[in-house]
Ligand binder design. Structure first.
Ligand code: DHB
Length: 398
């Protein structure tokens, strides 16, 4: 057992974008926190995740963490939809005067970890939290074990669960790790990382008779591409030739630039929102609070909204003792959460073909794509959601 619990104002489970950004914003307001994560720093900085940062998210990162998103990220002013043998571009600058930034999530994590280390409060890596205790008291505790098997305990005024889709902080909040509104999809993405130059300067989302394809990028040398697959697919069971055939079937015009495939993975599709985001002094945010299917890359961008709401509430709480904003956190955060759930669900269902789709479903789907690409109002709706609605939360700039 630990001899002496560590003491802090905010104990944060999870050194992902949500937990680390919250720690950074609180630090700027003079509020201490301790971030714990079971993974090593190397694992966190190398895990492959989506690469699209919305316009308001880029502004938050550049103002509070690092402007590398603007310096090293690639500004994208549009995306293309390919379907029915044709390409249609959404010109975000023309439609809504905004862009997105291709800046992979592990780069955001490197910036956030460097900022924590600069502040003299490195996250506690390889610390596995096993439970959150005393959620109903004003001294909740994070209890767990370190890599060498010894125990640790963190006593805080507030505990925040930013510990991802397998969150243990959900247990005191909703009663189990699963308690939430949930939807599963009958397909997944087969993803590859390829050593090759970009095949397209902008992302291509495609829907063909074969299903969905996404042509994305990581940088000038490494490309990220996905095609729709059965969720039970074993990544090792698909040959490089089959992969290139599936990807090529999605793009209507260009010949994809090929190169060695050095990573293959299968991404599950699910939508989830926890039944509650708060119990007593324990709060959920990011993937611990909600999961979106990957289409549209809303995961990290949505997590930043939760962080901004909780940052504002915690600044008020530690500044004046008032719990008013802590009490409204759940309602405040859920507004964007359900909008982003809808957008991710809509992009997903519009661009994929379910395995049991009827001829009616396939033709209706094409009608929807023609409607969205053929109407300026519909294009603006998509562009506004894709590039990111304003967060509408204050208290993070200082
Ligand atoms: C990526 C993932 C997405 O889900 C998306 O919509 C766009 C890009 C990516 O991994 O690059």
């Amino acid at each position: 057992m630990p001899t002496q619990p560590l003491r802090t104002q905010v104990g944060i489970l999870g050194a992902g974008p949500a937990g680390l950004l919250l720690a950074q914003l609180l630090h700027r307001a003079g509020i201490d926190s301790i971030v714990v994560d079971q993974r090593s720093r190397e694992d966190i900085e190398e895990t492959v995740k989506a690469g699209i940062v919305e316009s308001p998210a880029a502004e938050v990162l550049a103002t509070t963490v690092s402007d590398r998103v603007y310096r090293d990220g690639a500004k994208h002013d549009g995306i293309a939809f390919h379907f029915d043998g044709q390409a249609h571009r959404f010109d975000f600058q023309d439609l809504v005067g905004r862009s997105v930034y291709l800046y992979p999530q592990h780069e955001v994590l490197k910036d956030l970890i460097a900022a924590r280390i600069d502040a003299g409060v490195a996250p506690l890596f390889e610390h596995t939290a096993t439970s959150v205790e005393d959620a109903d008291s004003d001294r909740p505790r994070i209890v767990g074990t370190t890599a060498d098997g010894s125990g640790f305990e963190i006593e805080a005024d507030v505990v925040v669960g930013a510990d991802g889709s397998g969150s243990i902080a959900r247990i005191p909040v909703v009663g189990s790790q699963q308690g939430g509104f949930f939807r599963e999809y009958p397909f997944a993405w087969y993803g590859v990382l390829v050593e090759a130059p970009p095949s397209s300067e902008e992302l291509i989302y495609s829907r063909s008779e074969e299903g969905f394809v996404l042509i994305s990028s990581r940088n000038r040398e490494v490309q990220r591409m996905y095609f729709q697959c059965d969720p039970a697919t074993d990544p090792a069971s698909v040959s490089d030739d089959e992969i290139w055939a599936k990807l090529q079937a999605g793009v209507t015009t260009d010949e994809l630039k090929r190169g060695p495939i050095f990573r293959k993975d299968v991404l599950r599709f699910r939508s989830f929102v926890a039944h509650r985001l708060r119990h007593g002094r324990v709060f959920l945010m990011g993937d611990a609070a909600h999961t979106v299917p990957p289409t549209g890359a809303k995961g990290m961008n949505l997590a930043i909204s939760d962080v901004l709401w909780l940052n504002r509430a915690l600044r008020e709480f530690f500044g004046s003792g008032s719990e008013t904003l802590l009490e409204s956190y759940e309602t405040d955060a859920l507004d964007r959460i359900w909008k982003a759930q809808h957008f991710s669900y809509w992009m997903t269902t519009m661009l994929h073909i379910a395995p049991d789709a009827s001829d009616f479903d396939r033709r209706r789907g094409l009608g929807e794509l023609r409607l969205v690409t053929g109407s300026r109002a519909a294009q603006e709706y998509l562009a506004e959601a894709y590039t990111g609605w304003d967060y509408g939360v204050d208290g993070w700039r200082d």
